[in-house]
Design a protein around this ligand. Sequence first.
Ligand SMILES: Cc1cc2nc3c(=O)[nH]c(=O)nc-3n(C[C@H](O)[C@H](O)[C@H](O)COP(=O)(O)OP(=O)(O)OC[C@H]3O[C@@H](n4cnc5c(N)ncnc54)[C@H](O)[C@@H]3O)c2cc1C
Length: 396
Amino acid sequence: MSPEDSYDIVVVGAGPAGSTAATYAARAGASVLLVDRKKDIGVPLQCGGFLPHHETLQELVPSAQLPYTLEEYPSSCVHTTTTLQRFIAPNGQSKQFEVDADVLNRRQFDKYLAREATRCGAQLMVGTNVLEVNGNSLIVDGVFGKHTIDAKVLIGADGPNSIVGRTKGLVRDPDPMGTGTAFEYELSGVDVDREAVEMYFGKDYVPGGYAWIISQGGDTANIGVGIREVLFKTGMCARDYLDRFMYEHPIASEKLKSGSIVSVVSGLVPVGGAPRRTATMDTLIAGDAAGHIIATNGGGISTAMVGGKIAGETAVDSLNGTCKLTEYDLRWREQMGLEIKTAAYARKLMDNLMRSDSMMSAAIKMISPEHMKAVQCGRLPDTVKKGLIKLNFGTR
Ligand SMILES: Cc1cc2nc3c(=O)[nH]c(=O)nc-3n(C[C@H](O)[C@H](O)[C@H](O)COP(=O)(O)OP(=O)(O)OC[C@H]3O[C@@H](n4cnc5c(N)ncnc54)[C@H](O)[C@@H]3O)c2cc1C
């Protein structure tokens, strides 16, 4: 394919944020180009695929207008469904609450979202890397050759290391505690609980984070660690921690150690909260690029899509002259700013707790399942906030 020289809107990144932005912009009549360096959308995989159902998501971000693609995806995008989320404390005690969620096949889901964008009229250019951003011009290179493409509005949905966000001065190098490293194996030949997503805590296994076991149905599961490099012991890497969890954890290893690793997945998770500005006069950033993620659990699929939808809509509104592009900042913060900010704050409180296994076990024991669910969703009820602060600083 040969791209046009210019478009109303160019979206960089065909992940959940970018494809959703392109869908909503194209639906509203704009000429849209969606560019991704991946030759095969959704591959390599960089996700556990845990996505609560539409109604639960609406509880998670009550003010957000969820994109229709969060409700209407084909069954081929779903590995399995789960009904429970279980927390396993460092001392082995567990607590669980009900949650209706899908375990997505992200390879299929991302393809579905990109196809949806093209169905709405966007042009998709795969295998194409954005090398440079000069004002409103992009220099791209890849399987369809080298091109310079102009955009009236640029949307950077290009993930945690956003070239768009950096070039436009919207994102800077994050503080090391604000970036998680996620490392994951897809396993076959394991016998794990198919009804529950499990989250394990403990500083020797998952410094500054947690490990997960997510059944994909049958005898397959993905397991992973979401941890902070700055807290690693000298000489350890993320894979070492995942191996330790898989082969040595007193509870998990019994279910996992005989599994075969059929794929390895890794990526960064921006858990430092959103940058102060996510818009300029000609550019928006959305999804991981804009910190649209629930920092307490690293879940970012739904928030990326909400951010993408608002970015696509705001871009078109600004081209139609009904708002300034910079109104985007206000729009997405009205819909999910509180949850994203609170989750980043809760994560900081949890960081201190996670330095001590006994404190973490005490916190899991103290908090009710309902409150735990609220914290997961980026809400911090007063009782939990007081409790966490008390545990962090001790009683005076
Ligand atoms: C291992 C792991 C497990 C996770 N598990 C879960 C989970 O279970 N549930 C959940 O909700 N969230 C999970 N997340 C987080 C979730 O995957 C992200 O929040 C989500 O993918 C963000 O979507 P996005 O569209 O903003 O970014 P991405 O999905 O990262 O998409 C960005 C796209 O931009 C493209 N791109 C980047 N730079 C360029 C460039 N210069 N030129 C062209 N293209 C470019 C990339 O190829 C990519 O396709 C996980 C993350 C990781 C790393």
